[in-house]
Design a protein around this ligand. Structure first.
Ligand code: B12
Length: 432
């Protein structure tokens, strides 16, 4: 080839690359440390602690946990199938009710796909029918005029469509239509800053549907929705580089990595986001196993769409447990944390003294034991979710919001948030 032609070709390739979302490699030790965080969670194979997202994240990562991983999948199958297909008595138990709900079932189907399993058996077909039934119910809840909203959220709605799609199961046009309408009319954005997570999940679902389109009439709307989502997510990039916040960035990157080269400067935006991610990983911002499970695929240049044709033979490095840091010999410093609840009468405000490094959950426990305070939680895949405060339970579409005084929503849950000395944490009952 003539040198000029070769140069033009090369600059063309480089130009297209600049328009693609590519993750630069990050230090393998950092990735390994994240994987090591997951290991203790994989020992928790009691039914209520099982988390299919951890399995999916690990299988799409560059790391493996050997037999621990096999045992984990075995436990997932045992507990999920028992609950989903089991007897009436297992369905009465509350843990089974959680497992047989929409989002966890969708994640379980993704976990099966991560092990290169297609659901084809009679039992498998029942799981698919159940997920389709959930979606039909959600569709009814949204209503003909799109005035309602899903019982769960557009996040779980999208996740369920994605799970059916990667198993190449048909999703009814009217179900897809509701999600298209929500994205076209910003209905999902009623859920505040979490809209980037929802958009990314919807974007992944649409990108999968685009590849297995059953009804070609829907194609133009799906393609437009994917473009709209990409634009929205790129617009949501913060000056630090995050799409939304640091915890929505992994899913946003999963979606953007599936984008074809486009006129927008996608490549530069993704490079900035990955630099921010790397800094946050180094600062220890990723401790929560669910968050790590959404991040690990990105660091291995994979997305949930790789579950369409997963590579189950890909070499992955064996994880070895981290060497525990010896406990500090000194007695930790005591810090003060104030707890403030304005959504009750009379308002509650009290200061507690706890060891430095205590979590917000430790503060709540101390308040419960000594400060005339009560609270309740429900275990979720992200950890303990606060459901009641001072006897006030959340109602339909309400939640107890965690705030850094005066008005900044926390980006972590009660188990992960570590208040600083002198900090005031607010708990506020809000609608979403
Ligand atoms: C929808 C959603 C919500 C909804 C949940 C209600 C509903 N019926 O769906 C609402 C708006 C209430 C909500 C609240 C909060 N959320 Co939220 N939420 C999500 C979202 C978009 C999807 C969760 C989901 O459905 N997962 C799939 C299903 C299958 O899993 P699941 O475990 O069964 O789902 C339940 C839990 O996830 C729980 N939940 C939702 N958010 C959170 C956050 C924490 C910390 C915990 C423990 C549980 C929890 O509600 C889900 C439905 O029951 C995720 C996005 C993501 N990337 O994961 C963020 C996300 C998990 N939320 C987040 C945060 C920070 C919160 C809040 C702490 C915000 C605040 N300052 O108050 C609160 C929780 C406070 C509390 N009471 O404990 C962060 C967590 C980051 C982290 N470091 O772990 C995420 C990743 C969003 C983000 N990018 O910042 N959330």
């Amino acid at each position: 080839m003539e040198p000029l032609k070769a140069l033009l070709l090369l600059s063309g390739v480089l130009g297209a690359l600049a328009e693609l979302c590519v993750m630069p490699p990050i230090h393998s030790q950092l990735v390994e440390k994240l994987g090591q965080h997951l290991l203790p969670w994989m020992d928790r194979i009691s039914s209520e602690q099982l988390n299919p997202s951890i399995y999916v994240g690990l299988r799409l990562s560059s790391l493996q946990a050997g037999t621990k991983e096999d045992l984990y999948l075995h436990s997932l199958k045992l507990h999920y199938q028992q609950c989903l297909l089991g007897s009436a008595s297992s369905n009465d138990n509350s843990d089974c009710q959680t497992k047989s709900s929409e989002g966890p079932l969708a994640l379980y189907l993704l976990a099966l796909r991560a092990n290169c399993e297609f659901i084809g058996s009679r039992k498998g077909d029942r799981l698919v029918s159940q997920l389709k039934w959930f979606l039909e119910n959600e569709k009814k809840a949204i209503g003909h005029n799109h005035e309602g909203h899903p019982h769960t959220s557009y996040y779980q709605y999208s996740l369920s469509i994605l799970a059916l799609c990667v198993h190449q199961k048909r999703v009814h046009d009217s179900v897809v239509g509701k999600l298209l309408y929500a994205i076209e009319h910003d209905h999902h954005a009623r859920q505040g800053h979490r809209s980037v997570d929802i958009e990314a999940m919807a974007g992944l679902a649409f990108t999968c549907l685009e590849r297995f389109i059953f009804n070609p009439d829907l194609r133009p709307r799906i393609t437009t929705a994917i473009d709209t989502i990409r634009e929205k997510i790129l617009k949501a990039q913060t000056p630090e580089g995050n799409f939304g916040n640091i915890y929505s960035t992994p899913l946003a990157l999963q979606f953007l990595m599936t984008s074809p080269a486009s006129g927008v400067k996608l490549g530069a935006a993704c490079l900035k986001a990955s630099a921010s991610l790397q800094a946050s990983i180094q600062d220890g911002a990723f401790q929560n196993p669910l968050m790590i499970s959404q991040l690990l695929p990105v660091l291995n240049h994979k997305t949930y769409l790789d579950l369409i044709f997963p590579d189950c033979q890909a070499p992955r490095a064996m994880l070895v447990p981290a060497v525990e840091d010896p406990l500090p010999a000194h007695i930790p410093e005591v810090i003060s944390v104030t707890l403030k609840v304005s959504s009750v009468l009379p308002p509650y405000k009290q200061t507690f003294f706890v060891p430095a490094g205590s979590s917000l959950e430790d503060v709540l426990k101390m308040a419960q034991n000594t400060g005339g305070f009560t609270y309740g939680t429900q275990l979720s895949l992200s950890g303990p979710y606060l459901t009641s405060v001072l006897g006030k339970e959340v109602g339909d579409r309400e939640f107890w919001q965690l705030l850094r005084d005066p008005d900044t929503p926390l980006m972590q849950g009660i188990a992960d948030c570590k208040p600083q000395d002198g900090e005031t944490i607010g708990l506020r009952l809000v609608s979403w």
